[in-house]
Design a protein around this ligand. Structure first.
Ligand SMILES: C[S@@+](CC[C@H](N)C(=O)[O-])C[C@H]1O[C@@H](n2cnc3c(N)ncnc32)[C@H](O)[C@@H]1O
Length: 187
């Protein structure tokens, strides 16, 4: 009990430390709440999501939820630019997961579902655009892109590529919006 409380405190302290070092890339001083992770993972049909990607996984709080819901034969590609955080994610040792220490703009291939905790608003606009274009190409006609944001300021960027619906999640610090984006409306 004491040991797990200590591990949790240590994980939070590591996250804050990374925020102090890279505030624009981290975008948040705390990891997402369980409620936010659930709202994101509930946006996908897990019986058909076999090729999954996560962009900007941080300390892996959402990654855990995704792995719990993924089928045994599904695959998860994780893009995390911070080498220290990427090493921590790799320590999870799940054969379905591959962690890539590289920028999300290099995403390619085809995915049924792409999740993102990237701080889109604080990224340089050209990089933000490259990432959204890569996601647009990777989800094809039938895939889905789930992005959370703390403000609605990036909606014009999302609208350039996607049709989206959004859901407010108040149980998160700060409260967040979850955007469910597709290339066309779900039937
Ligand atoms: C707010 S944290 C999100 C962490 C976690 N997904 C959560 O929900 O708590 C954003 C993460 O995106 C990563 N990141 C920032 N720019 C990136 C990029 N271009 N490609 C991949 N990861 C990036 C940061 O290193 C950081 O770990």
């Amino acid at each position: 009990m004491l040991a797990s409380a200590f591990t949790l405190m240590r994980a939070k302290a590591d996250f804050i430390h990374q925020f102090i070092r890279h505030p624009r890339k981290m975008g948040s001083v705390t990891p997402s709440s369980a409620t936010l992770c659930r709202a994101m993972s509930d946006s996908v049909c897990w019986n058909s999501a076999l090729r999954v990607a996560e962009l900007g996984a941080g300390d892996g709080v959402l990654t855990r939820h995704l792995l719990e819901r993924m089928l045994p034969q599904a695959q998860l590609d994780v893009f995390e630019i911070n080498a220290q955080l990427a090493d921590k994610l790799r320590a999870r040792e799940d054969a379905r997961m591959q962690v890539l220490t590289c920028s999300a703009e290099y995403l390619n291939g085809e995915y049924d579902a792409i999740f993102s905790g990237l701080p889109l608003l604080s990224l340089p606009p050209a990089l933000r655009d490259r990432i959204l274009r890569a996601v647009f190409n990777a989800i094809g006609e039938d895939g889905v892109f789930i992005q959370f944001q703390y403000t609605s300021a990036t909606q014009p960027d999302l609208s350039r590529y996607f049709i989206w619906q959004r859901q407010r999640v108040l149980k998160n610090l700060p409260p967040a919006w979850v955007y469910r984006c597709t290339r066309s409306y779900a039937p």
